[in-house]
Design a protein around this ligand. Structure first.
Ligand code: KIV
Ligand code: ZN
Length: 514
């Protein structure tokens, strides 16, 4: 039996970035976009170009870096937004403009202060304008989950006539129930006379924990695009999780007459990348990508799995990219082996200098750590190393003294704009002392929003991976650092975050100023 294609539209870089604190730099967005492309995601929503010059540049950079997936930019149903997306996507091999306007009575009356007729007119105008840039135009009826069915039929029919080829039904506030949301999709497809000219899409938020269930119910009722994010990242309680949608559709083929065609073995590494970059940890019991998702603890389960795997396993861990920690490289590995393994892990280098710098960090690590795993290599690159050449602050050395009953002290040497400076400071603990030492030189005026430490692999010689989130004048950045010494990892993460927050182009919260 032939199966329909289920289009996977990933909005980690746009709606995902709207999670408070999840802002990403342009380079980080490119790295995630390349990982999504490698996973064969169909459409990557890269941002909201009108929101800020930084958003515009990121969408433009993703459009230039990605060749296999369609790159999409978001626009309100306004000429200036649409023109900005058109400009940002100019160099994309395959571009989509996604324009939206709210359609629920409460949004039309209270937020837009527009009549339903005016909303339809503006939507039609926006779609026509977007068609001047590309044939691939998506229209979203914001807050469709609380909109009237008759009005949705009316506006969708009109935008299809205007040239929209994807119609998105967002449950913007996470209000829908699965049976009712599925029924809405079925009725829309039945009642809209020109429905066959467009693909129906859904975009569900997780306020009641139903984003995935609502999306799947819509797919059963004929939706053929799902908008989702890695790890379910997103505004408030998040969006539908890509990995859950894709694996549910694949595992329960008997229920869904469609498949995504994604390379699911990329799921775990993509999840780790997004978690590292945003500083949003994945809970251990999270479906598919949580550390315990495939761990069988009880004796009965272990016994069953050993006798016959499918007694307790509905999916294979390796199908979503869980591998045994592998010692891929060691102290004696050469540059080519290092480069090849990183390419296999989806990481590339813009120049030979970058590769050389990363290789030097690898050699340092291999000296300290007996076994170097894929996760270590990923952290080596994610933890700020690649951009390090242009950073204003660089750690030269750190010595921390701790003794029971004594105040911890940190002796720190760093370079700031090329000038080497040394300082000593005490603190409540070794990390606190190191941060105070850094503060005494840098005086950034930023506020610490988050400090978190995770071990990258198992064992006491594992690297610690630290995320530091800073805020200054509405700008939020995440810094990462990894090292076998967690105090050094913390200092690296703090310095990485300070470098980002001092960049002239540091962005305010995405969509904060539109
Ligand atoms: O949640 C929402 O309604 C959105 C739209 C812009 C699609 O993110
Ligand atoms: Zn959304």
């Amino acid at each position: 039996m032939s199966q329909d294609k289920l289009v996977i539209f990933d909005t980690t870089l746009r709606d995902g970035e709207q999670s408070p604190g999840a802002s990403m730099t342009k380079e980080e967005k490119i790295r995630i976009a390349k990982a999504l492309e490698k996973m064969r995601v169909d459409v990557i929503e890269a941002g909201f170009p009108i929101a800020s010059p930084g958003d515009f540049e990121s969408v433009q950079a993703v459009a230039r870096a990605v060749t296999e997936s369609t790159v999409c930019g978001l626009a309100r149903a306004l000429d200036k937004d649409i023109d900005r997306v058109g400009e940002a996507l100019k160099d994309a091999r395959s571009a989509r403009i996604h324009t939206f306007i709210a359609t629920s009575p409460i949004h039309m009356e209270r937020k837009l202060r527009m009549s339903p007729d005016e909303v339809v007119e503006q939507a039609v105008h926006a779609v026509k304008r977007a068609r001047n840039y590309t044939d691939n135009v998506e229209f979203s009826a914001e807050d469709a989950g609380r909109s009237e069915l008759d009005f949705l039929c009316r506006i969708f029919e009109a935008v299809i006539d205007a040239g929209a080829r994807t119609l998105n039904v967002p449950d913007t506030v996470g209000y829908a129930m699965p049976h009712q949301f599925g029924e809405t999709i079925r009725l829309l497809r039945e009642r809209i006379p020109n429905a066959d000219k467009a693909i129906f899409s859904v975009h569900c938020h997780n306020d009641l924990g139903l984003a995935v269930a609502n999306s799947l119910s819509a797919v059963i009722n004929g939706a053929r695009q799902v908008e989702c994010t890695i790890n379910g990242l997103g505004e408030r309680a998040g969006n539908a999780a890509l990995e859950e949608i894709v694996m549910a559709v694949r595992t329960r083929r008997d229920m869904f007459n469609c498949d995504s065609g994604l390379d699911t073995t990329q799921i775990v590494s993509c999840s780790k990348l997004v978690s590292n970059i945003t500083g949003f940890p994945v809970q251990p019991n999270k479906a598919i990508v949580g550390a315990n998702a495939f761990a069988h603890e009880s004796g009965i389960h272990q016994d069953g799995v050993l006798k016959h795997r499918e007694t307790y396993e509905i999916m294979r861990a390796e199908d979503v990219g869980w591998t045994q920690n592998r010692m891929v490289l060691g102290k004696h590995s050469g540059r080519n082996a290092f480069r090849s393994r990183l390419i296999e892990l989806g990481m590339t280098f813009a120049s030979e200098e970058e590769l050389n710098a990363a290789f030097a960090r690898f050699k340092d690590l291999a000296d300290k750590k007996h076994e170097v795993f894929d996760e270590d290599l990923q952290a080596l690159v994610t933890a700020g190393g690649i951009e390090a050449e242009n950073e204003r602050i660089k750690l030269v050395s750190l010595k921390v003294c701790i003794e029971t009953g004594e105040t911890p002290t940190a002796n720190l040497v760093l370079t700031f704009d090329g000038k080497e400076q040394a300082v000593a400071a005490g603190g409540g603990g070794p990390v606190d002392a190191a941060f105070k030492a850094i503060d005494s030189i840098i005086e950034s005026g930023s506020e610490l929003l988050l400090y978190s430490v995770n071990n990258i692999t198992t064992g006491t010689d594992s690297q610690g991976e630290v995320t530091v989130r800073l805020q200054k004048a509405g700008h939020i950045v995440n810094g990462q650092g990894s090292d076998t010494d967690i105090v050094v990892a913390s200092a690296k993460a703090y310095i990485n975050a300070l470098n980002k927050i001092m960049e002239p182009n540091a962005r305010a919260h995405p969509q904060g100023d539109v």
